[in-house]
Unconditional design. Structure first.
Lengths: 187, 97
């Protein structure tokens, strides 16, 4: 099914078209949010919320970007929402521990992509933890480009930023990561 | 920063670079549909329990109640006045008789 036809069918509410959309993009969406969140259950939640949002707001899709870019944008927004909610929950938990228990799953061990070699797993955990401590924009830009291997142009479209802004975010992310990782390499 | 050169940094970053795409969990679509259906049911159910709706309903109930009480007391007051006037008229007539 070509993209225009798929969008048209989605706009008129055809259920099989939605199934085709989910099956086409589920791996890309899940993989992207998983790279940002580093937690499988949160990533599944975020991916599901992405498709629910797509289903509800497909009529607002004007075709100014490709469908894939639009979907990526929603997915990243959902992943960032998860991060924000998690931070708020943790903040509230530190103030009122008896009122706001931390969800068990947020204490899960960090997820590691199966592509990471076993001898590098310990180092990868430290690097991924350092990435997760970066400011959100730097974290997303670094993950999209370095971890997922996207081109700068693609990342700039998804993040609604110029290529220069993306390069600047990457360079600041590298600087911050070096700073964070130097403590590890000292020890 | 002098402890981590650019080359070393790039070398370390290669560990997590260009990672392969991970497949979504099994039955992703089925679970998504179940979640969408559950959310639709929750929205329908939560409509009647929405705090805004409850507060509005209570306010309306109180307003109607106070209006009814006010109307009732005005009615009683008018009736009482009429009764006194009727009594006065009857009494006046009785004296003159």
């Amino acid at each position: 099914m070509i993209e225009k036809e798929l969008i048209f069918k989605l706009k008129i509410g055809e259920e099989p078209a939605f199934k085709v959309l989910v099956e086409t993009y589920q791996d890309r969406v899940y993989s992207s949010v998983l790279n940002i969140l580093q937690n499988t259950s949160e990533a599944e939640d975020a991916a599901q919320e992405t498709f629910i949002q797509i289903y509800e707001s497909i009529n607002s899709f004007k075709g100014e970007s490709t469908l894939a870019t639009w979907i990526y944008r929603i997915a990243i927004r959902k992943a960032l929402e998860k991060i924000r909610k998690k931070k708020n929950r943790e903040r509230l938990h530190s103030i009122l521990p008896w009122w706001m228990p931390i969800e068990e799953r947020s204490l899960d061990a960090a997820y590691l992509n199966p592509g990471i070699k076993s001898e590098h797993k310990e180092k990868a955990k430290i690097i991924l933890k350092a990435i997760s401590e970066l400011p959100n924009n730097q974290r997303v830009a670094f993950t999209l480009i370095r971890v997922q291997g996207m081109k700068h142009e693609e990342a700039s479209e998804i993040m609604h930023l110029s290529i220069k802004a993306i390069e600047s975010l990457l360079s600041r992310a590298k600087k911050n990561l070096k700073n964070k990782l130097k403590h590890y390499y000292k020890s | 920063m002098e402890n981590l050169s650019n080359e070393q940094f790039e070398h370390e970053m290669n560990i997590i670079s260009n990672l392969k795409e991970v497949s979504a969990p099994n039955f992703f679509y089925a679970r998504l549909k179940a979640k969408m259906e559950k959310e639709a049911i929750d929205i329908t159910n939560s409509y009647s329990l929405n705090p805004v709706i409850i507060i509005c309903a209570l306010t309306l109930f109180l307003f109607i109640n106070s209006w009814l009480l006010q109307t009732d007391s005005n009615l009683k007051h008018t009736n009482l006045n009429q009764n006194i006037e009727a009594l006065a008229v009857a009494y006046d007539q009785a004296i003159s008789n």
